[in-house]
Design a protein around this ligand. Structure first.
Ligand code: NAD
Length: 393
């Protein structure tokens, strides 16, 4: 009898789980349903470009319906409200409910606000296409407003957090703002663009040579870095910093970190700080009929205290392992072990600059090679999912 595989999330982990499972299982063997809150698969590694209009929305929001067409994979657009791992039931906020034989939870992560007062209410985040569109429209409106009122807060932009998300965004803003200002008759010298980082340096964990490159490249284009100082509060148009200083701004984009989602933390499976614990096959440590892929899983390298970072490249790899293991679990075959392959980390510093490290800081890339490799890695991913898509015909 056909089994029901329910996949929650249509991001990297969920989509790759679905496509890989379908490669191995016929429609008679398993019905596959993907649930996603958006009708699109979003290329979140490119959101910083969408946030400044340096990319068309179509390039980062791929219709799931198209990606899954001809695959015998059901698509349900809806937000997961509750998962009950014990009763094997999932309820969506539109009231629909689903039962399953095997469940894949690939619901990603959400922005962590760390309880900082006012932050959630008064900041922008960069986790989805909608977020990126909101930032773009807001920034344009602030420069337009500044051209009329000369209110300094409108010409002041703050990015909170100097991890890769914050740095990639500040790089795009630095490249986009001069042109926007020109088009609105505003002197770019009136604009202040800050990146505030609590740690002693931006891009902690990167080789000092790459941090230096990122810092000088962005400073030259007008970015002011405030490092070693945490954001402690955000009021409507005032950011407070730990050293007692304040910045008046109409725009704070918060990129200070990510955390697990409550729907996963509360679903009855074993979790560690809100992210699901898994065995080497990416199965829940408490519920073997539940598999995990992407940021909502916490995976520790053998003997290490810190888990692997929540990145798109790992979510993709987890999805493929999970897809195969769904087949193996249903057929009683040996499952694959999740063994991450790190192809490197690449970060853009705006349109024409970038940094990258390959082989754990062994090979360091700066400038055009990093930019091109980042572009190539995006194309590689897109051709991979389209390649899987093409297999349907
Ligand atoms: P992050 O956790 O890597 O960085 C957040 C930064 O915010 C940290 O440096 C932290 O010190 C800082 N911060 C926290 N609280 C603060 C405060 N109160 N005030 C000021 N600064 C504060 O988060 P991220 O940048 O969103 O990245 C999340 C994951 O995604 C990481 O693993 C990252 O490597 C990955 N990522 C990869 C890429 C890429 O490969 N190009 C791009 C974006 C994100």
């Amino acid at each position: 009898m056909s089994k029901h595989i329910l996949i929650l999330g249509g991001g990297y982990g969920g989509l790759l789980s679905a496509l890989t499972a379908r490669q191995h299982l016929t429609a008679e063997e398993a019905t596959i349903t993907v649930v996603n809150r958006f009708p699109t698969h979003q290329i979140i590694t490119e959101l910083h470009r969408l946030a400044v209009g340096n990319l068309h929305e179509k390039a980062v929001a791929l219709p799931l319906e198209k990606l899954l067409r001809g695959k015998d994979i059901n698509l349900e657009i809806g937000t997961v409200e509750t998962i009950s791992a014990d009763s094997k039931r999932v309820i969506l906020s539109n009231g629909k409910s689903f039962e399953y034989d095997k469940l894949v939870v690939a619901l990603g992560s959400e922005t962590a606000f760390f309880g900082i007062p006012g932050l959630q209410e008064h900041s922008f985040t960069l986790k989805s296409v909608n977020d990126a569109n909101r930032i773009r429209e807001h920034v344009e409106a602030r420069i337009e407003a500044y051209s009329q009122t000369k209110n300094k807060a409108d010409a002041t932009f703050v990015v909170g957090g100097g991890g890769l998300t914050g740095i990639e965004l500040v790089g795009e803003l630095a490249d986009m703002l001069p042109g926007l200002c020109r088009s609105k008759g505003v002197d770019f010298n009136d604009v202040s663009l800050y990146c505030v980082e609590a740690a002693p340096s931006i891009l902690m964990g990167f080789h000092p040579e790459l941090i230096e490159r990122a810092t000088t490249s962005l400073q030259k284009r007008g970015v002011t870095f405030l490092t070693g100082v945490a954001i402690t509060e955000m009021q409507e148009s005032v950011v407070s910093l730990k050293d007692g200083s304040t910045i008046e701004t109409s725009t704070l984009v918060w990129t200070g970190g990510v955390q697990g989602t409550p729907v996963v933390a509360n679903c009855g499976i074993e979790v560690n700080r809100g992210r699901a614990t898994v065995n080497e096959f990416m199965q829940s440590t408490s519920h073997p009929d539940v598999f995990l892929a992407g940021d909502c899983a916490v995976v520790f390298p053998a003997g290490a205290e810190r888990p692997y970072p929540p990145t798109a490249q790992l979510a993709w790899q987890m999805g493929e392992v999970v897809g195969y293991n769904l087949f193996a679990a249903l057929k009683g075959a040996p499952m694959d072990v999740f063994t991450p392959v790190f192809s490197g980390t690449l970060g853009s510093l705006g349109r024409k600059d970038g940094i990258g490290s390959i082989g754990g800081n062994q090979t360091r890339l700066k400038g055009l090679p990093a930019t091109l490799m980042k572009e190539a890695s995006n194309i590689r991913y897109l051709s991979h999912i389209h390649g899987l898509f093409a297999l349907a015909y």
